[in-house]
Design a protein around this ligand. Structure first.
Ligand SMILES: [Mn+2]
Length: 320
């Protein structure tokens, strides 16, 4: 579904199930295998998406055009923003044309600027929301943003900041849009907390300020029950849960990547590998998302008592 506002609240799905797909990156055949394995019913069920529908894989346009379906609900990813930038001839932070940063599937990729579908595709890109919020049939409230929520933000900050950020549609995509589409810090903290070897070593390895930020990134986000994101690829090949955040980018579009689809009510997930490695596209179901270590000591008790001094000012209402 496409929308004309950047923060969208969806009604509860009273007829069927809700699923969320990780970063798709043009992997339309892999997606269809997962939908088939889950007996997805497009008349009842909904498929939410953390964005990054395009680039790398062979079927970016098919993946993007699904956004016009009544049962598919993607947020914008940084790759959609880059595609907009490529069409607009924008210059990236490194001084190169953004088009060079897009990972097209060869010289004939129909997303290259100037191809016949450009206007239609631009109209889709322009109507992807930055954040989605909805309630599951068990009453839990779910939020979706592409890259995750920057450390120290609450979900309650998101709507106001998106709506008030005057730079939202700047060509350089500063402010809130940059944070929601690009920030890798929260997910990197989660990946750190999933390493089995670090238990006693945190205090000597990092400053108290750094450990405080890692701790926050692994605590539940306030104002929402479940936060779904993608963006930074989990090299383990599996999704990862920390606090109430779940990360779903398992590298689809790369030869050793997988595509992950989460059943939001059951908490189980399905995966399929790249057809270059598994031409059969066999689907595997896993009962629950792996968790980070829950018993890590990020700060001493003394440090927690003084932790307020590490806290940055509340997230500013940017653009004001
Ligand atoms: Mn991605």
């Amino acid at each position: 579904m496409l929308f004309d506002k950047p923060f969208v609240t969806l009604p509860k799905n009273r007829r069927g199930r809700d699923f969320c797909i990780g970063d798709l990156h043009g992997c339309y055949a892999m997606l269809n295998r997962l939908l088939e394995a889950a007996c997805f019913d497009s008349g009842r069920d909904r498929l939410l998406s953390v964005g990054d529908l395009v680039h790398r894989g062979p079927s970016s346009v098919e993946c993007l055009k699904m956004a016009e379906k009544s049962w598919f609900f993607p947020v914008m990813g940084n790759h959609e923003a880059m595609q907009q930038g490529a069409y607009r001839g924008e210059i990236g932070a490194d001084g190169r044309l953004v088009v060079q940063a897009c990972e097209y599937d060869g010289p004939d990729d129909p997303l290259r600027p100037g191809r016949k579908d450009q206007r239609h595709i631009e109209q889709i890109l322009d109507r992807l929301p930055l954040a989605l919020e909805f309630t599951l049939s068990d009453g839990r409230r779910v939020g979706i943003v592409h890259a995750g929520l920057p450390i120290e933000w609450s979900w309650l900050d998101v709507q106001g900041m998106i709506e008030r950020d005057s730079r939202l549609f700047d060509k350089n995509r500063g402010g809130v849009q940059a944070d929601l589409l690009w920030d890798r810090a929260p997910m990197v903290s989660a990946a750190l907390a999933s390493l089995p070897d670090i238990k006693g070593d945190l205090i000597t390895a990092y400053s108290a300020r750094d450990r405080y930020r890692h701790a926050l990134a692994n605590q539940p986000v306030a104002g929402i029950d479940l936060l779904l994101s993608g963006h930074t690829t989990l090299r383990s090949g599996h999704p990862l849960s920390t606090g109430n955040r779940v990360y779903l980018d398992t590298g689809a579009g790369m030869i050793d990547g997988r595509l992950t689809m989460l059943d939001l009510l059951k908490g189980s997930y399905w995966q399929v590998a790249d057809p270059r490695l598994d031409p059969e596209l066999s689907v595997t179901e896993y009962p629950s998302v792996p968790l980070t270590q829950r018993d890590l000591v990020w700060l001493t008790e003394e440090e927690w008592r003084t932790a307020e001094t590490f806290r940055a000012a509340r997230p500013p209402v940017r653009g004001q």
